[in-house]
Design a protein around this ligand. Structure first.
Ligand code: COA
Length: 253
């Protein structure tokens, strides 16, 4: 299956670039694996001070590859997607993201684990889990209500409502909104600024601000239900409808 993740190092900045623009950067198991490997290496290499997630193309990330969802077995908890998700919650160094266009599903929920988020003017965050017969993942059922309040989080997580860049900034989900042409520059500038800080103090501050135990517990609870939902008739109908480019029909459930 096509799709790569490019890994680059510039001084203390490790950059992970999702590069599957022809499929809107939908993430395959191999791509999650590459991202998880890079994060593990970044975690253990003291020369890495910060990590940045970005992507090529007009759209940040269309979420999990829906064909992979359809093909998935019940052993989903062992897939690279969950290795990547667990690492998001455990990564001790600052994590940044630069987001253009749509960020769907995990494209949005990964941002909740970032310490600094730059959005391009056209960024649009959506978490259409329920419309796919699924439930939220990556501890978003904990982190999103915590960040923006239960009601607005419900509209996103259950009703699939989108949040545009300026609203996301106002809601506290991002640090900056910039013109699309300035996205990479603004993200790199923030990454270099953080990378120049004393790393021990930065990491200790991040550790004080986050509760990995609580995040991990919520992730595991979500994964159990998510894995069950993936095999549900509702989800099968939603995935098949997407692949067949038609509207799903949930009337029989
Ligand atoms: N999984 C698999 N393939 C995907 C995909 C996904 N999550 N998202 C997009 N693609 C594919 C499309 O099937 C299409 O493939 P094709 O060219 O072979 O027909 C290609 O990427 C381009 O997508 P398209 O829908 O034509 O682009 P768009 O700009 O009109 O819309 C999105 C972009 C992201 C709004 C739309 O593709 C979409 O809704 N994707 C699904 C998002 C989703 O539900 N993800 C799961 C979240 S849990």
């Amino acid at each position: 299956m096509s799709g790569t993740v490019e890994i680059a190092r510039d001084g203390g900045v490790l950059t992970l670039t999702m590069n599957r623009p022809e499929k809107k950067n939908a993430l395959t198991d191999a791509m999650y694996g590459a991202m998880a490997d890079a994060m593990e290496e970044g975690e253990s290499d003291p020369a890495v001070r910060v990590a940045v997630i970005r992507s090529e193309g007009d759209l940040f990330c269309a979420g999990n590859d829906i064909g992979d969802f359809l093909a998935s077995s019940g052993r989903v908890g062992e897939a690279n997607v969950f290795r990547f998700i667990r690492l998001l919650g455990q990564f001790t160094k600052p994590l940044l993201a630069g987001v253009q266009g749509r960020a769907v599903g995990i494209g949005t929920t990964m941002l909740l684990h970032c310490d600094y988020v730059v959005l391009a003017q056209d960024a649009k965050l959506t978490t259409p889990f329920v419309g796919l017969g699924l439930v939220p993942e990556a501890a978003s059922s904990l982190l999103l209500p915590g960040a923006i309040g239960h009601q607005r989080a419900f509209a996103m997580l259950a009703m699939g409502d989108a949040m545009e860049a300026d609203a996301a900034l106002a809601a506290g989900l991002a640090n900056q909104v910039v013109a699309n042409a300035d996205l990479q520059g603004a993200t790199t500038e923030a990454a270099k600024r953080i990378a120049a800080l004393p790393p021990g103090a930065v990491q200790a501050t991040k550790a004080l601000m986050r509760d990995p135990g609580m995040v991990a517990a919520k992730m595991e609870a979500e994964i159990e239900i998510f894995a069950h939902r993936l095999q549900s008739d509702e989800a099968r109908e939603a995935f098949t409808a997407f692949m067949e480019k038609r509207a799903p029909d949930f009337s029989k459930y």
